[in-house]
Design a protein around this ligand. Structure first.
Ligand SMILES: [Zn+2]
Length: 426
């Protein structure tokens, strides 16, 4: 496919040309701005900006509490208008990313350089981003290497017909209490799927070696859904790296996709999601309209014995618990808060990465129809959401060199939550 012996630069030019031929969305001259809104009035101003559809803004971190940063990708043609708007309303901003496309080019270059196919999970490169096909073949290798410990379940098919797979880690028993972990429900959060791959390998390495994980797997099962939004993920590789939603069509709209983290049956339709199919937080026509969501709902209900449910996103470095749709504290708030504190302490012990923690609504903003509000409503007490690295320097475009450190530190927090779940049966 590529001329033999060509240089890295040559490969890069080749890949950019290939991208153009394949009709990939380009982000040349797009900037990511970090806006600071000091008070509620300024937050409202940013919300006005958000409603100006013609600007085609992409909020990476939406407006929330006064004082918390707001990150927005601004297409090149809108940059002057947005900066003028911010200056006119006294909103401060800094440029976080000068040119989004140059980060995307670096990411592509890195992927091309390390794309060799591996024949086992030992030679698999965990320090680069992978396509859906590569991740699916990784899962098959892992299952083949550890048939006594790992199996692959298909819980459904996506809107576009792709299989939806979950890895089951089990040492036996019958419908044991279980821990669920999912990554990648928002497709552009690439460090999450990459971390999911690393977690899968880590579980097979640590069983029988690490005392805690061995104890966990001797009485509980772990379910891991690495690519929770396969259609969206495939689309981030083929057409638009910034795609977040599913790829379902909505009748009466030319806009595609539903936010699968606003589509769950908990506070569905309340404030904290959009009814406009053209926005990135579109909730869908009805709860569970997205087959990627419904497949998990059906699985969780039919399993009936899931004790911890952890849904992993990026970015912002947060560990969150219910609720997202209402301000009322969750009945288990104190225990959830204490456990979150222990988990982020364990996480920070490795590289010093600091995570904040708290309820979704208090820590970021109101979000309705989110995953863990639903799982909590089903009686799954240990329901958590992570937002992994970073805090915005690269945002969704985290360099591949940070994949393994991110996964390693996150694993310490996951292990803390799983161990607590094991030791506090309910
Ligand atoms: Zn997300």
């Amino acid at each position: 496919m590529f001329p033999a012996g060509c240089s890295m630069r040559g490969l890069l030019i080749w890949s950019v040309l290939l991208g153009a031929v394949l009709g990939k969305e380009d982000f040349v001259g797009h900037q990511v701005l970090r806006i600071s809104a000091a008070d509620e009035a300024q937050v409202q101003k940013v919300k006005e900006l958000e409603d100006l559809e013609h600007l085609q803004l992409d909020f990476w971190r939406g407006p929330g509490q006064p004082g918390s940063p707001i990150d927005v990708r601004v297409p090149f043609p809108s940059i002057q208008a947005v900066k003028a708007f911010l200056e006119a309303h006294g909103l401060g901003y800094t440029i976080m990313i000068e040119d989004v496309q140059s980060l995307l080019d670096e990411e592509q270059e890195q992927m091309f350089a390390f794309q060799a196919r591996s024949r086992s999970t030992d030679t698999f490169n965990y320090a680069t981003y992978h396509t859906l096909e590569e991740i699916y073949s990784f899962m098959d290798m892992l299952v083949a290497e550890h048939p006594q410990l790992v199996s692959k379940l298909q819980i459904g098919n996506t809107y576009e017909g792709r299989p939806i797979y979950v890895l089951k880690f089990s040492t036996g028993g019958n419908n044991r209490p279980a821990i669920w972990i999912d990554t990648g429900i928002h497709s552009r959060e690439w460090v999450t799927q990459a971390s999911g791959v690393w977690f899968a390998k880590k579980i097979t390495q640590d069983y029988g070696q690490d005392f805690t994980l061995t104890a966990i797997l001797d009485s509980m099962d772990i379910f891991l859904e690495i690519v929770t939004n396969p259609d969206g993920f495939a689309f981030t590789h083929s057409k638009n790296r910034m795609w977040r939603k599913t790829r379902s069509l909505t009748t009466g709209s030319s806009c595609v996709g539903v936010d699968p983290n606003r589509n769950w049956d908990a506070g569905f339709g309340m404030a904290g999601a959009s009814s406009n199919p053209c926005t990135d937080t579109y909730r869908g026509k009805f709860a569970n309209s997205e087959v990627e969501v419904k497949s998990i709902v059906d699985f969780v209900k039919s399993h009936g014995n899931i004790k911890a449910f952890i849904s992993i996103h990026s970015y912002s470095q947060l560990l969150l618990y219910p609720y997202g749709y209402k301000a009322e504290p969750a009945p288990d708030r104190d225990e959830l808060d204490q456990l979150a504190k222990s988990a982020v302490t364990a996480l920070a012990s490795l590289y010093g990465t600091k995570f904040k923690y708290g309820s979704i609504i208090k820590t970021i903003y109101q979000a309705s129809g989110s995953t863990i509000d639903w799982t909590y409503s089903q009686g799954i007490k240990y329901s958590y959401t992570f937002e992994l690295r970073d805090t915005g320097r690269y945002g969704f475009l985290l360099p591949a060199s940070q994949i393994v450190p991110t996964a390693q530190e996150t694993w310490l927090a996951l292990r803390t939550i799983m161990e607590h779940t094991l030791n506090h049966p309910y």
